[in-house]
Ligand binder design. Structure first.
Ligand code: PGA
Length: 258
């Protein structure tokens, strides 16, 4: 039996203006408050412009607030970038690092992402470190080699596993409507846990590993039932309060089983 927390995180990507984000919270938070039990941990990742406005309502509701990106340096001449200290002051509790859209569309490499993980930890926030293979890599039989490389590189300088979340998101499943089968997810999560054990003998076993990629109300429960899947990172289906609430309910049921 795992004592890892069950986490349901929503990644809003480049969606929602400030009024749209506030409207989401008005619909979402009262329903979230009315659910029963200790439940799963809920995290929302809006764009930077919503963080400060979402801080107080999310904090009051016990909802984590994730930034979608950061720069590894604390300050300086990096036009358009945001430092971890700035995110923390705006209310962020978590930071997504290495989302596949950052890796592939913005060409962020393993070493840059390792520095981001270090910066987030140094700033006292929780990195949600994302890994995952492309379709070409999977078809070529390279999926575990790629995910293993991403983990070893990104976590190389991590001394303690405390306060780190991993998200496995196969790139071919993101925004495509194709989900990894539960068996595929289970297999890769078991591999990730093995790598974490090698990298972090002191306690990689306690690190939550989330699955992401076309998670919807209709498939969340099955994915969350896999023993090695500790939660989900949800893109498109986190944009509508009703859809996301259904996934949170699936997370609550999974949390109750742990
Ligand atoms: P999706 O996105 O749920 O829309 O596939 C997941 C993600 O990119 O985190």
């Amino acid at each position: 039996m795992s004592r890892r927390p069950t986490i349901v995180a929503g990644n809003w990507k480049m969606h929602k203006t400030l009024p749209e984000g506030e409207a989401f919270l008005q619909a979402f938070l009262p329903r979230l408050a009315s659910r029963k039990g200790t439940g799963c941990q809920v995290v929302l990742a809006p764009n930077f412009t919503l963080l400060a406005a979402m801080r107080d309502p999310c904090r009051a509701a016990g909802v984590g607030l994730a930034a979608q990106n950061c720069h590894p340096e604390a300050r300086g001449a990096f036009t358009g970038e945001v430092a971890v200290g700035m995110l923390a002051a705006a209310g962020a509790t978590h930071v997504l690092v290495g989302h596949s859209e950052r890796r592939h569309l913005f060409h962020e490499d393993d070493d840059f992402l390792r520095r981001k993980v270090q910066a987030v930890l140094a700033g006292g926030l929780t990195p949600i470190f994302c890994v995952g293979e492309t379709l070409e890599e999977r078809t070529a039989g390279q999926a575990t080699a790629v995910v293993g490389r991403q983990l070893r590189a990104g976590l190389r300088d991590v001394a303690s596993p405390a306060g780190i979340i991993i998200a496995y998101e196969p790139v071919w499943a993101i925004g495509t409507g194709k989900t990894a089968t539960t068996a595929d997810a289970q297999q890769m999560h078991a591999f990730i846990r093995q790598i974490l054990g090698e990298l972090l003998p002191a306690g990689g076993a306690g690190m939550p590993v989330l699955y992401g990629g076309s998670v919807k109300p209709g498939n969340a429960a099955e994915l969350l039932a896999a023993p090695e899947v500790d939660g989900v990172l949800v893109g498109g289906a986190s944009l509508e309060p009703e859809d996301f609430l259904q996934i949170v309910a699936a997370g609550d049921r999974a949390a109750a089983q742990v």
